[in-house]
Design a binder for this molecule. Structure first.
Ligand SMILES: Nc1ncnc2c1ncn2[C@@H]1O[C@H](COP(=O)(O)OP(=O)(O)O)[C@@H](O)[C@H]1O
Ligand SMILES: [Mg+2]
Length: 259
């Protein structure tokens, strides 16, 4: 059965998509099979991993998987080991679809992703789920479907304000998914020249001493350019972009395997 990990925080620009893509890549490099599930209508993870515009997946996306209650026909094979359940703009209409299908009060609005993934979880070692910058049905569904959540913390005031609310959403999701665990908080996008970044790193570590990972990820131009060149062999800067993620990857895997 796949280990399901979700990357979240209800704020944009916190490296959720970049980090989930890099994790998928690191898992592949270890010989694991990975399904990447894009729950963000921006389709950024879809584009990062498939190197195709998200619009090309209209009618062939995760939205149709929800509609048909069957993910398999909509899984795109990037390689034998890397599969993607893609998203595009239309995924913004997911709440309307789910409320129409299941009614306004049914828990199935939040458990339908979990059910979709249960049918295919035995095909993969890991399932990575990327989420949008909102505490919407998309994000709660992802939390209800996952085993582990990684909280992405860009070291700033507004992200600092977002974390307690995100933790509340984890609690809400636990009512439907009692075994959901927080793998940890990833401090990322640090600019070494900014003392306020360091202060927020320390603040979040004081608030959640058992949850922050030791590795702090820096803002590096090569990592930013992954969005352009992707994670494949065609990217000459891959090594320098990914270097700093290796110790974080080890920390995460240690926690996930022990838990
Ligand atoms: N370590 C990093 N160094 C530099 N740029 C980064 C890094 N991680 C992400 N980025 C860039 O920061 C922006 C936000 O990252 P993204 O992964 O899209 O965040 P989110 O999914 O949380 O909105 C993107 O332009 C991305 O390319
Ligand atoms: Mg994103």
């Amino acid at each position: 059965m796949a280990i399901k990990m979700v990357f979240g925080i209800q704020k944009g620009g916190c490296s959720k998509t970049t980090t989930s893509g890099i994790f998928a890549h690191q898992l592949l490099a270890r010989g694991h099979s990975v399904l990447a599930v894009d729950m963000d209508s921006q389709g950024n993870l879809t584009e990062l991993l498939t190197q195709r515009p998200a619009n090309e997946f209209s009618d062939q996306s995760i939205l149709e998987a929800f509609r048909d209650e069957n993910a398999k026909p909509y899984i795109y094979h990037v390689t034998e080991q890397l599969h993607v359940l893609p998203a595009n703009n239309l995924l913004a209409t997911l709440p309307r679809l789910l409320y129409t299908m299941y009614g306004l009060t049914s828990n199935r609005v939040y458990t339908s992703l979990r059910e979709l993934l249960e049918h295919i979880a035995s095909d993969y070692d890991y399932i990575i789920i990327d989420t949008p910058p909102t505490l919407s049905e998309h994000t709660v569904s992802a939390l209800v479907a996952a085993d582990w959540v990684l909280v992405m913390f860009e070291s700033s005031q507004w992200c600092y304000s977002a974390v307690p609310n995100f933790m509340d959403s984890v609690e809400v999701a636990r009512k439907l998914n009692p075994t959901l665990q927080i793998a940890g908080i990833v401090r990322t996008l640090n600019d070494v020249r900014r003392t306020d970044n360091k202060e927020f790193n320390d603040l979040i570590a004081e608030d959640y001493p058992d949850l922050v990972f030791d590795t702090v990820i820096r803002r590096r131009a090569a990592a930013g350019r992954l969005a352009i060149y992707g994670l494949g062999d065609a990217n000459p800067e891959m090594e320098s972009a990914l270097e700093q993620y290796a110790p974080l990857f080890e920390e995460v895997l240690n926690r996930v395997r022990q838990g």
